[in-house]
Design a protein around this ligand. Structure first.
Ligand code: F0G
Length: 363
């Protein structure tokens, strides 16, 4: 398909084409794969002056909330749905804490497939639920947590004609590894440390895969230490055992038995990194800080990476003068509850200049 501009000329030369077209030679697609894309990826890597000062390092934020459905999931979903389309799938299924269901729904309808999503009852953010609803998903709320939903989704995909698009689907990880390519392409090399939240552990697995691939091909001269952070009430990898009833305000990472557990441990150990936990309080404080000081609005779960680095800095466990990339995984508008809770209510004034100036403290 060609893309035509206003005067009928082929255009689009300088628009980012989506992760499959940009990194086609590094992804398992062929000329027979129908590419289902919303032009995901190509997200900004933003130098964070204030956080750099605070952490004593050069800190860059990979702002994944700017993907088409507002989270990093789109990178993997373009691959999973394109491959499902190649296989002739008519319906796709996923378990989700919200973002995967939003992404799967959008990409599935674009491909003409029916999206089916299983979500833990009452435990996903309203913005994400709205996305699944507006994209016409068949939504089932399960009286259980994410781990229960994933077990059910796997069983359904094994017994009925629905393709599973959770990150246990290897094409998801393949798509998500492109985020590491973008970081290296932009910085000119891999960072010293890469920090991010960990839930089902697909993303840390994917970044590590991407970094290793570029390093193996001599595109980067080093590998980063991978720093993953789980929420304290949902920290199975840190504890070394399944958490039966995970609890955290960071609902996106409220997971007690991550599917990519072993791969995350491998990324940690092989990279000389860490997987640690942060409390809900530390998460919310980092969530407010990045919005207040860097102008970047993320959802609470997305702030876990920054929260972890602040915790390490306080404990004097963070090296100095290194290049650190922090992935912030999802957009703040998806989950506004804690943003509103933390803000003073704006005062109400009449339409009057003096009253406005007074209310604003302007002299
Ligand atoms: N951040 C956000 C905003 C997420 O939605 C997720 C996972 C993670 C971090 C953790 O990434 O699972 O690859 O370790 N959300 C999944 C979902 C589980 O269903 O949307 P992970």
């Amino acid at each position: 398909m060609q893309i035509f501009g206003a005067k009928g000329k082929v255009k689009g030369a300088h628009q980012w084409r989506g992760v499959i077209e940009e990194y086609r030679h590094r992804l398992p697609v062929t000329s027979r794969t129908p590419i289902i894309s919303l032009r995901e990826g190509g997200t900004p890597l933003i130098y964070a002056c204030n956080l750099s000062e605070l952490l004593g390092n050069n800190v860059w934020i990979k702002y994944e909330g700017l993907n088409p459905t507002g989270s990093f999931k789109d990178r993997g979903m373009t691959m999973a749905i394109s491959k499902a389309a190649e296989d002739g799938a008519k319906a796709v299924i996923c378990a989700s804490t919200g973002n995967t269901s939003a992404s799967a729904s959008a990409y599935a309808v674009k491909a003409g497939m029916t999206p089916v999503v299983l979500i833990p009852k009452g435990k996903i953010a309203m913005g994400k639920l709205a996305q699944a609803v507006i994209h016409n998903s068949s939504i089932v709320q399960v009286n259980g947590n994410f781990d229960d939903c994933l077990t059910l989704a796997k069983e359904l995909s094994e017994n009925y004609p629905v393709a599973l698009v959770n990150s246990v689907n290897p094409f998801r990880i393949q798509g998500q590894k492109t985020a590491a390519f973008e970081v290296v392409d932009m910085l000119g090399d891999a960072p010293d440390i890469h920090a991010m939240p960990v839930g089902n552990a697909g993303n840390i697995t994917a970044y590590w895969m991407g970094y290793k691939e570029y390093y193996g091909d001599n595109i980067s001269s080093q590998l980063p230490a991978m720093y993953g952070f789980q929420a304290a009430g949902a920290a199975p990898i840190v504890k070394g055992k399944i958490v039966k009833n995970p609890e955290t305000i960071a609902t996106a990472i409220r997971i007690g038995n991550p599917a990519s557990w072993a791969q995350a441990v491998d990324a940690r150990d092989a990279s000389g990194g860490v997987i640690d936990s942060v409390s809900d309080r530390e998460i919310l404080s980092a969530y407010r800080l990045i919005a207040a000081q860097e102008g970047i609005f993320v959802e609470p779960s997305s702030a876990a990476g920054l929260a972890g680095l602040i915790k390490y800095k306080k404990a004097k466990k963070l090296p100095k003068d290194k290049t650190i990339v922090i992935t912030v995984t999802g957009h703040g508008l998806k989950d506004i509850q804690y943003a509103l809770d933390s803000t003073k209510k704006p005062v109400v004034i009449p339409v009057d200049l003096k009253a406005a100036a007074k209310a604003l403290g302007l002299k």
